[in-house]
Structure formats: structure tokens, C-alpha cells
Design a protein around this ligand. Structure first.
Ligand code: SF4
Ligand code: SF4
Length: 444
């Protein structure tokens, strides 16, 4: 079967900090109740079944909430089980996305170093930018503690990269953020645009002086980056990346665009043809097709009663994966369709509906109950743009019935960015092909 990776949420939505822009605050219905912890029974079954698929590379991405709340022993057990159920030559990759507060600890760092976990640390830049939204449960900034944890990680040679949210505040400071991360010694950067709905105004408590006039309907929470801001941010970071040297620095979205230019395939799902790169396993063992769609209607089943390979290949999972091929008219006629694919489903706004959720814009043959929009029309994939890497034989296999889909909140950002950067991505790709620019293996 087609290999897939696991995004595991061992502590569910539980977290030890209280970021203003937290994904879960906008989805109160998705916040589990009580203390959420994966049992050793679920862990054993998960590792056993997944390792049993014998993929060449078995990828375990531990996320949250805050996954370090599970405690170190949980991860020691996970690694033991990976060894127990794996066979010689089977490669395993563990990654841990964390706010890092608990990593200011020698035992944790020693373990992460010895087991070659790749640690992703959430940090939004210099103190004044980070501490604006990334607050602890007492309302205090967390930057000092994150920096102490980073120092500890460095001391123990833990391999780490960074994840930075591009929000209404940070979006206006690309240079400060870039310089800060480079000075920190990080060479693998990830930027995520922050946009969430304004739910009944309860999130509109932040600095009202910041570009409120740029709010794009339907209303978004005040911390959300505007499309124009995000486009500008990407273009500026792209310039800095080019100046610094693409051979010396990995930026996740840019690597994906480069991969697209070289091979026709994106490495991140945002711009991929389908939503099918991974599955999410909740602390209970329940499985979902995407981190942004951990909702009852997208529950694929449980690893406790269905083999994981069946869940990963079930009809509902395939129907979810195909949703992306429903494109609004503006995408179907867009020069960037092949490289952009309309962006992430989460960001496709249904315009005027509340709550502001991508899922409301979805429609497919497999899920007739989801809302239809009036803007789009389903067309066979054969209409994809010139340069589409998909072989003609594959086109049309997911031809759509009539559907309506809304365009991405970030459409304007993507148009601006691809207009600006795509010609130079193609130049860099040509240099790589010609051997004039070499990216170390770990940056590819
Ligand atoms: S740039 Fe906009 S119109 Fe073009 S494919 Fe992307 S989301 Fe669609
Ligand atoms: S909905 Fe977005 S995050 Fe989820 S798989 Fe699709 S592109 Fe990726």
C-alpha cells in the first residue's frame, strides 16, 4: 500500500500553556474532556500494527496539545516498542512538536539526543513578538522559558527546528524574525499562517490598533494574519532565503515549492493534489484523516477494532483526500493551479457562514450532507493547467460531480507569492539539476 505517516496526539488537546490563538480555543467542541492520555494498550497496538506494515520509513509525529505532558517514560516505551516490532533495516523517524517548556531538563534532552528525535520548537521570534500571544496559564509570557529549553537542547545536542506562527503581529516583522532564528542557529524553519474565526466576538480582545480595517469577511479573530500581510511576509522571507543561500537553509514551504519544480510533487500537503499524506491518531486510538478535521463526521474508526491499514485506505479516507480536487472557478482558471491546488481545505472560507470553517465548504459524492457553495463547478481533472505533473492517464479518474467550493482565505497571498517567487524557484531548480547548486542531504 501507499506509505503514510502517523500524526499522533497522545495527550489530546491538553496543554500546559494558553496561547491566545490556540487552534482549540476556536473549536471548543473538539476539546476533549478531562485528562487526556494515551494508554499503554493503545500505544502498543498502534506501534505494533504500524511497524507491521514494514514501510521503508515509519514516521511517528508526536503532537498535541502538548505531547511532552505524557512524560518521558511514555516515549521511552514507544521507542522500545518500535524496536520490538520493527525488523532489521526498517527505518524509524520520530518527531516531537512542542512548546518546549518541559525540555529544560537533562533527562528529556539526553533521551531526545540518544534516540535522534527531531524536535520542533514553537517560537514566534524575539521576546516581544513571542510573548504577545504565547502565554502561560497565568497569563505570563513563555519566551524566557522556551529560550532556556533551547539552550538546554543545544547543550545536549538535541536536533531541533522551529515552528513560527505568522499572525497579525508577527507578519509585519519578517526581518526581525528571520534574523532572530538564524542567530539562534536554526537551519530548518517552518512558518504557519494563523487564521481562526471570530466566534461571537469572544476572541476579539487583542490590540485593536493593528490593521483591523484589513479584516476580510467573514470575520476572523483579531490575531489572524490578513491575506495581504501573509503574501508580503512570504515574499520578504523568500528574499532573505535567497540572500542567505537556499543551499544552507531549509524553509518548509519553500522546500516544497522547490520539490514541485524538481519533481512535480510537493512535500507538504497544503499544495499537494490530495489530502492523503498522513493519518491522525487520537489518544483514544480513534483515527481521522487530518489534524484540522478531528470531528465526529470524519472519524474513520479506531485502531483498537480495525487494522490501521484498513483505516488508512478506507472509502471515507479516500473521499476526504479527494475533496481538494473540487476547485472553485477562480482556481480552475488560475495560472498557479498546478503549484497551488487551492491551498489547505481548512483555509477555504465558505463566505458569510459561521463558524468560519473549511469543512463547511466541502462537498463530494461520498459526503452529500456537507454544504454546497454556489461559486464553483465540478470539472474533470483533465482541465488542469499546462505543466500539471500528473500523467494524462491519471487525469479524470476523480472527475467530480457538480460541487461548489469556496476559495482559500490565502488566495491573494498565494497569487502574490507565486507571481513573485516561482520564476526564481525554477531558476534554483535548474541550478540544482545542473549541479551548480548542491543542497546537503539533510536539507532536501
Ligand atoms: S492562487 Fe488562488 S486562485 Fe490560484 S490556485 Fe491558489 S487559491 Fe486558487
Ligand atoms: S486539509 Fe489541509 S492540513 Fe489537512 S491534509 Fe488537507 S491540506 Fe493538509
Amino acid at each position: 500500500m501507499q506509505p503514510f505517516t502517523l500524526l499522533i496526539k497522545p495527550s489530546g488537546s491538553d496543554c500546559n500553556v494558553d496561547c491566545t490563538y490556540c487552534f482549540y480555543k476556536c473549536r471548543p467542541a473538539e476539546v476533549g474532556e478531562g485528562r487526556q492520555r494515551m494508554s499503554l494498550e493503545v500505544l502498543d497496538k498502534l506501534v505494533k500494527d504500524y511497524m507491521g506494515l514494514r514501510f521503508q520509513l515509519s514516521g511517528f509525529a508526536w503532537q498535541g496539545g502538548e505531547p511532552t505532558l505524557m512524560g518521558l517514560d511514555f516515549y521511552k516505551r514507544a521507542v522500545e516498542l518500535q524496536k520490538k516490532y520493527g525488523v532489521t533495516g526498517q527505518e524509524v523517524g520520530n518527531s516531537l512538536q512542542t512548546n518546549a517548556l518541559l525540555l529544560d531538563n537533562a533527562d528529556w534532552c539526553q533521551f531526545l539526543h540518544e534516540t535522534t528525535f527531531l524536535v520542533g520548537i514553537s517560537i514566534d521570534g524575539p521576546k516581544e513578538l513571542h510573548d504577545h500571544y504565547r502565554l502561560d496559564l497565568g497569563g505570563h509570557g513563555t519566551w524566557d522559558r522556551v529560550m532556556r529549553a533551547i539552550d538546554r537542547c543545544k547543550e545536549h545536542k538535541v536536533e531541533f527546528n522551529t515552528l513560527t506562527l505568522v499572525n497579525r503581529l508577527t507578519a509585519d516583522h519578517p526581518d526581525e524574525i528571520f534574523d532572530f532564528l538564524i542567530d539562534l542557529g536554526v537551519r530548518y524553519l517552518q512558518f504557519i499562517p494563523c487564521v481562526e474565526p471570530a466566534l461571537g466576538g469572544q476572541l476579539l480582545t487583542l490590540d485593536r490598533s493593528v490593521k483591523c480595517q484589513e479584516l476580510t469577511p467573514p470575520s476572523v479573530a483579531e490575531f489572524s494574519v490578513t491575506p495581504k500581510q501573509y503574501g508580503d511576509f512570504l515574499c520578504r522571507i523568500f528574499d532573505r532565503w535567497m540572500e542567505f543561500g537556499p543551499q544552507k537553509l531549509s524553509i518548509r514551504d519553500f522546500d516544497s515549492a522547490l520539490s514541485y519544480c524538481l519533481s512535480g510533487h510537493h512535500s507538504i500537503c497544503t499544495f499537494d493534489r490530495q489530502c492523503s499524506q498522513y493519518i491522525v491518531v487520537e489518544h483514544t486510538g480513534d483515527v481521522f484523516p487530518c489534524d484540522f478535521f478531528v470531528e465526529p463526521q470524519w472519524r474513520l474508526g479506531s485502531i483498537l477494532d480495525t487494522p490501521i491499514e484498513q483505516l488508512a485506505a478506507c472509502a471515507q479516507k479516500k473521499a476526504f483526500a479527494r475533496q481538494k480536487q473540487s476547485q472553485p472557478n477562480r482556481c480552475l482558471v488560475c495560472r498557479h493551479l498546478a503549484v497551488c491546488r487551492g491551498g489547505c481545505l481548512k483555509d477555504r472560507a465558505p463566505m458569510g457562514q459561521a463558524p468560519w470553517r473549511g469543512r463547511l465548504a466541502l462537498a463530494s459524492r461520498g459526503h452529500p450532507g456537507l454544504a454546497f457553495r454556489d461559486e464553483g463547478v465540478g470539472l474533470p481533472n483533465a482541465l488542469n493547467r499546462v505543466g500539471d505533473p500528473v500523467p494524462p492517464s491519471n487525469r479524470g479518474q476523480d472527475a467530480l460531480t457538480t460541487v461548489g467550493v469556496a476559495h482559500s482565505y490565502f488566495c491573494e497571498s498565494y497569487r502574490q507569492f507565486f507571481d513573485y517567487a516561482l520564476p526564481r524557484f525554477l531558476q534554483v531548480a535548474a541550478q540544482i539539476r545542473a549541479g551548480a547548486l548542491v543542497r546537503p542531504q539533510q536539507l532536501t
